[in-house]
Ligand binder design. Structure first.
Ligand code: RAT
Ligand code: ZN
Length: 413
């Protein structure tokens, strides 16, 4: 292929290749209200809430006391009427509404609301998956959430586009709270984490895995996360999570670096970021070669060390540009760094969509950046003397967007 054709070819391949979105907070229609969609949810996104509350004098307490519709109205007026929506989270709303066919200069919030009021959720899921070219999305399935458990208990038929992930933050980060829930569910556990309790935790995980058929287990972890660690989390990891994950060949996804509630009144919008210790991953991956780990780190400063570590351990798969890193400038930097260190053996992005509609913008924005970086890397390769064919590009993008994950978690076995 000639260098002059690269940009266009790579963009076309990147846009045409379906994505398996490895981490979202979406649910299938069967989960009812747990699946968020539509304009009010799109505006009430926690990324937009914190941005609104640094621009408008409304206090977090006042904001959360408002109805969802009033909150959406305040976000709209603050960020889209009184300010230019140039941040990544606001531009995302613009991209999404434009893709749905709205002429933004002429559109009012009530017109958008009317559109959603007359849209059926099943049709909308089809439309969004189609527009964003997503083949499947991995949900976040909290083993301790009663609302979700109630749905699982009744769920007879699965929508194959939604894969499950066994989310265990509550176990690892609030063990005393988890003890109460497990006991209420009939598991004979005590805070002391003796052998009997650990067996019961593994039984609890097995029961949930039986129902959900997850593709991995996952937890978000603070920057202070350590291994080994003399704590309830350390014991749970060593005696329950790692053995269970190993025996089931169920990878453990660690999302490391979230500082929970640095501004507590902001609630879900109040989390920050901190730099993690990548030595933890060296010890985890090296000390547990039979275990598989999917890892993303929230701090930009961790990315280079993380990619270097992923070169050393085949049981470590790096994924996504998480949360505050999901902005074009950082995606470009991280994707280039990962290609330069790992070739095509990583998962460049996940959407983290909490609202169905967000699949549209999160993937179109990321696809553009990833295509630009890839085109540059292929151009460098041509300069170095290699011939690049369209079929090479297609194979690489399939790996990045779907096959690396499928293979790592054993999805097609
Ligand atoms: O990106 C987000 O929406 C965060 O609030 C978190 O959900 C994070 O992605 C997580 O899964 O913990
Ligand atoms: Zn998430």
């Amino acid at each position: 292929m000639k260098k002059s054709e690269l940009q266009q070819t790579v963009s076309a391949v990147v846009n045409q290749t379906p994505v398996l979105d490895v981490h979202t907070h979406l649910y299938s229609a069967r989960f009812g209200d747990l699946l968020l969609w539509g304009i009010d949810e799109l505006l009430d996104y926690h990324y937009l809430i914190c941005e609104t509350l640094i621009n408008d004098p409304t206090s977090p307490d006042e904001f959360y006391a408002m109805t969802k519709a009033d909150q959406a109205e305040l976000v709209w007026n603050t960020l889209f009427v009184r300010n230019t929506p140039v941040s990544e989270a606001t531009r995302g709303v613009v991209t999404t509404l434009r893709a749905l066919g709205f002429e933004l200069e002429k559109t009012t919030l009530s017109q958008v609301r009317e559109y959603f009021a007359s849209t059926k959720v099943d049709d909308y899921i089809d439309l969004v998956f189609d527009q964003s070219n997503v083949e499947a999305a991995v949900m976040t399935n909290d083993v301790l959430d009663p609302a979700e458990q109630a749905v699982w208990a009744e769920l007879s038929e699965r929508d194959p586009r939604f894969l499950a992930a066994l989310r265990i933050d509550g176990l690892l980060n609030d063990w005393p709270g988890a003890v109460a829930v497990l006991r209420a569910g009939g598991y004979d556990v005590s805070e002391g984490l003796d052998d009997n309790t650990c067996g019961e935790v593994r039984r609890f995980l097995a029961d949930n895995a039986e129902v959900m058929q997850p593709v991995y287990m996952a937890a978000s972890l603070p920057p202070t996360f350590a291994y080994p660690e003399d704590s309830a989390r350390g014991k749970l990891l060593e005696k329950c999570i790692l053995p269970f994950s190993r025996e089931r060949a169920l990878p453990f996804a660690m999302m490391i670096g979230v500082k929970k509630l640095i501004n507590p009144p902001l609630q879900l919008a109040g989390d920050g970021v901190g730099k993690a210790d990548i030595g933890v991953l060296e010890r985890l991956c090296g000390g547990n070669p039979e275990n598989k780990f999917l890892v993303t780190c929230l701090s930009r400063e961790n990315q280079h060390e993380l990619a270097v570590t992923a070169r050393k351990f085949s049981n470590l798969m790096v994924f996504g540009c998480w949360w505050w890193l999901n902005i074009p400038s950082v995606i470009a930097e991280m994707t280039a760094e990962r290609i330069e260190l790992l070739g095509t053996r990583f998962i460049p992005q996940h959407s983290d969509a909490r609202v169905l509609d967000q699949l549209i913008y999160k993937w179109s924005h990321s696809r553009k950046v990833i295509a630009d970086v890839l085109a540059e890397k292929y151009a460098d390769l041509i300069d170095a003397g290699w011939t690049v064919q369209r079929s090479d590009i297609e194979r690489d993008v399939r790996r990045l967007f779907s096959e690396n994950f499928r293979k790592f978690v054993g999805l097609d076995n």
